[in-house]
Design a protein around this ligand. Structure first.
Ligand code: FAD
Ligand code: SIN
Length: 526
């Protein structure tokens, strides 16, 4: 099947859906999503979305907090643009039907998270992402120009390479004509041709064996664009969230929002001792890289399996009112958060780097944009400030939409793209080849490329990953496509890039912490 559209949107989280809504009045839009439309990282967001709303907060403070957190690697111009555009984009969400909590005075109730010097996080209870996703899904389903393909998996971005031309990394004239997409109901690969394509495939959390990300987060967009010879950057900066609920075997790990620490909850070792002040004067509300490393350090020196997040001293009614889902979830597992401390561990949470884009969200490939977690805009630098990612997704979807709308009428659909060639392939004889390599990849990445790294660990990871890379490529060439195989292939590619980028950074910076270049005053010295 060949489908043609003005705008092809790959991914149905906040980035993809908001872009779709912004262009749909002027052109035909197709959204593809590899599972059900709402199964996204967006849906799991808890804490909220950062924006300056009231005194004493101001743009300068939000800009400074973002820059400090990014540890010298942010693009200041981008930070200023995103922070200043936040209020307008928040209003857009509200106009689309998103409800943020208000306090008794009728003002929005602003939460606080690590690295923020003010109360600045708009939220809806402790399930902000679900509120956002539901409102936007309703809108896109109602729009007559938007067609939605659920259970459709994007396999490759189409460029001149598929027309038999030589395409090399760094070529300035690579063009995107759409994507090859696997229909998971029929196992057929379809050709989606578009004037403009937006990559909005989200994160990569499943590269690790403990993650807060749902199963969809497998780095597909980064791998596709890398294979299409686009520019990828900053992948070494993987954010581990300090506090996921300790429940071995549960996947994804259930997040205990940082907003709970903003509300007054305190990190303690299992014998009840506070420890964060040893590591940072900001204590439990230090930026995430510092808190996650401090917990990792405590677990290693003490030999414990988890630390506690203690909220038992807080008003129990208010606690239940603000964090109803966390309360229910913990209770189901025997922890009453009003009476018992919550066992927590760090978990892979967010990819700061990705497809390099300019301030219009445009990638290095013509007519290909990227927005949301899959992109690297320069906002986060070496460490993302909490609740800045939903903000980045909506601001950059807006930027990309405005830019694409100016030019899409002058772009022609490329009709000479051939259909997918599945010749010479068959179903894999044993799925265990895929599942075992998946597990090995997660172990390699978790043990050698986690919160604390070293040259030795990175090199060992690279060598191990190379073996399963070769095996997986051989299997891929002779196999009929399946989602699991494509995801494994993509994750291995992203894992390899993470390691290479980490090996090329000869210092500890933000989320990339290496024992070979320890920073003075960093937690490893305790
Ligand atoms: P996503 O929302 O992840 O959407 C990705 C989409 O791409 C999905 O529809 C998926 O199916 C689709 N897709 C992926 N690959 C393919 C493919 N090959 N083919 C077709 N479709 C594909 N950020 C904040 O700012 N505040 C928070 O409070 C917050 N809390 C969080 C809590 C949790 C538990 C998690 C996991 C993340 C949290 N984040 C938070 C981060 C934030 O939610 C994400 O960065 C953001 O939602 C990403 O949005 P997105 O649109 O880029 O991607
Ligand atoms: C959280 O609620 O702690 C997650 C916020 C984020 O990832 O920005």
């Amino acid at each position: 099947m060949i489908k043609e559209t003005d705008f092809l949107v790959i991914g149905s989280g906040l980035a993809g859906l908001s872009f779709a809504l912004k262009v749909a009045d002027q052109g035909k839009v197709i959204i593809i999503s590899k599972t059900s439309i709402d199964e996204t990282n967006t849906r799991y967001a808890q804490g909220g979305i950062a924006a300056v709303m009231y005194d004493p907060d101001n743009f300068h403070k939000h800009i400074q907090d973002t820059l400090i957190c990014g540890d010298g690697f942010c693009n200041r111009e981008v930070v200023e643009m995103v922070v200043k555009e936040a209020p307008e984009q928040i209003q857009q969400l509200i106009d689309w039907g998103v409800r943020f909590d208000k306090n008794e005075t009728g003002k929005y109730d602003m939460g606080r998270e690590g690295g923020h010097s003010e109360y600045r996080v708009l939220h809806h209870k402790d399930n902000t992402g679900q509120e956002i996703e539901n409102a936007l899904v309703k809108r896109v389903r109602e729009h007559k120009n938007i067609e939605i393909y659920e259970y459709h998996f994007a396999v490759e971005v189409i460029t001149q390479h598929h027309l038999g031309k030589l395409v090399k990394r760094g070529y300035p004239d690579i063009e995107c004509y759409g994507a090859y997409v696997l229909d998971l109901n029929t196992d057929q690969v379809h050709t989606f041709l578009s004037k403009v394509t937006l990559m909005a495939t989200g994160g990569t959390g499943n590269i690790y064996d403990t993650t807060t990300n749902p199963q969809i987060a497998t780095g597909d967009g980064i791998a596709m664009v890398y294979r299409a010879k686009g520019t990828i950057e900053n992948l070494e900066f993987i954010q581990f969230h300090p506090t996921s609920f300790y429940n071995p075997g549960e996947r994804p790990s259930f997040l205990i929002t940082e907003a709970l620490r903003g509300f007054g909850a305190i990190l303690k070792t299992v014998d009840g001792k506070e420890f964060m002040q040893k590591y940072d004067t900001r204590g439990c509300l230090a930026p995430r890289d510092i808190v996650a490393r401090a917990i990792d350090h405590e677990l290693k020196i003490r030999g414990d399996d988890f630390v506690y997040l203690d909220a038992t001293h807080l008003n129990s009614e208010k606690l239940k009112e603000h964090f109803p889902n966390i309360y229910e979830k913990c209770l189901k597992h025997g922890t009453d958060i009003t009476k018992d401390p919550i066992p927590v561990v760090p978990a892979a949470h967010y990819m700061c780097g990705g497809i390099k884009v300019d301030m219009n969200g445009h990638s290095s490939i013509h007519n290909l944009y990227a927005a949301g977690e899959v992109s690297s805009t320069g906002l986060h630098g070496a460490n993302r400030l909490a609740s800045n990612s939903l903000l980045e997704a909506i601001v950059y979807a807006d930027k990309a939409a405005k830019h694409a709308l100016l030019k899409f009428t002058s772009i022609k659909i490329n009709k000479s793209v051939p259909e997918w060639d599945a010749g010479g392939t068959s179903y894999p004889e044993e799925m265990v080849m895929i599942t075992q390599n998946y597990k090995e990849m997660q172990q390699i990445m978790s043990n050698y490329v986690g919160i604390v790294r070293s040259n030795l660990r990175l090199e060992r990871a690279r060598k191990r990953l190379e073996i399963i890379f070769t095996e997986t490529e051989e299997l891929y060439k002779k196999s009929i496509l399946s989602q699991k195989l494509c995801e494994l292939r993509n994750l291995i590619k992203v894992g390899y890039l993470i390691i290479k980028m980490a090996q090329n950074l000869h210092e500890s910076r933000g989320l990339h912490y290496t024992l070979d270049y320890p920073k003075k005053g960093s937690v490893s010295e305790f």
